[in-house]
Design a protein around this ligand. Structure first.
Ligand code: HEM
Length: 76
């Protein structure tokens, strides 16, 4: 990247890129890992994986069009 640029607008890299992104990603992974480890996950109302609507839509980030509904039961 040339010196006269402060960063890439699209990828948010460069000198003004986020200094906390690695920390943020690790915290999210830790939270998700805890949920998967401590709970059994099941689809509600007998739904099957094939029934899931995996279509996407745009917002600040790319996300699922419809929420993923999951029943959690504690196993630890
Ligand atoms: C997944 C979590 C995070 C995401 C997605 C995220 C995203 C971003 C984005 C898109 C920017 C703008 C970068 C730019 O303008 O080029 C930014 C800037 C910044 N972020 Fe984060 N961030 C996250 C976590 C954090 C955390 C945990 C901290 C601090 C502990 C942090 C501190 C900062 C600071 C200080 C800036 C301003 C950098 C500057 O302008 O020089 N971020 N972040």
């Amino acid at each position: 990247m040339p010196d006269d640029q402060t960063g890439c607008e699209r990828t948010k890299t460069g000198r003004r890129g986020c200094p906390g992104i690695q920390f943020g990603v690790v915290i999210i992974e830790l939270a998700l890992a805890n949920i998967v480890y401590k709970f059994d996950l099941a689809l509600p109302n007998g739904a099957k994986i094939e029934d899931l609507d995996m279509s996407e839509t745009y917002g600040i980030v790319l996300h699922k069009k419809s929420s993923l509904l999951v029943n959690l039961s504690a196993r630890l």
